[in-house]
Ligand binder design. Structure first.
Ligand SMILES: [Zn+2]
Length: 140
């Protein structure tokens, strides 16, 4: 397996791009998005690809739970015939958690501070999801 961006050999069969190339995408997101606290890119089967989570967070757990949450939300929408999911927004007393699909093969999960502008954060997330989706397509 090789990185779809720079061609470097990859360590894990789950990866589609190397840590450096993935980090560049995540860093861009951090630079452009005020209030962003943590980001994780997750494969559609719930395995972590890349993340910047707070110390003490279990990347594997976060990945599995995000993927499960998103698929439960999708099921709910199907049951009430309310179209296709665009994103999942969880509002806590300390901020927001957003999960959205990054193409058919990945999920992006992020957390923000309470005062983050969710509309802008979502736009940035959609932009990054499109990028991730393009990268993963190249690898197929
Ligand atoms: Zn690379």
């Amino acid at each position: 397996m090789f990185c779809t961006v720079c061609g470097m050999t990859l360590q894990s069969p789950y990866q589609e791009f190397c840590y450096n190339c993935g980090s560049k995408i995540l860093n861009q997101l951090f630079e452009n998005t005020p209030g962003l606290m943590a980001v994780a890119i997750i494969s559609s089967d719930g395995l972590p690809i890349l993340s910047t989570l707070p110390k003490g967070s279990d990347e594997t757990q976060v990945a599995a739970i995000s993927s499960a949450l998103l698929s439960i939300a999708e099921r709910a929408l199907i049951e009430i015939e309310k179209g296709e999911i665009e994103h999942l927004l969880v509002n806590s007393n300390e901020g927001y958690l957003i999960a959205l699909k990054a193409g058919p093969n990945a999920i992006l999960t992020i957390s923000t501070t309470k005062d983050a502008r969710i509309g802008l954060v979502l736009l940035d997330c959609i932009h990054v999801c499109n990028k991730i989706s393009e990268l993963l397509k190249k690898g197929k």
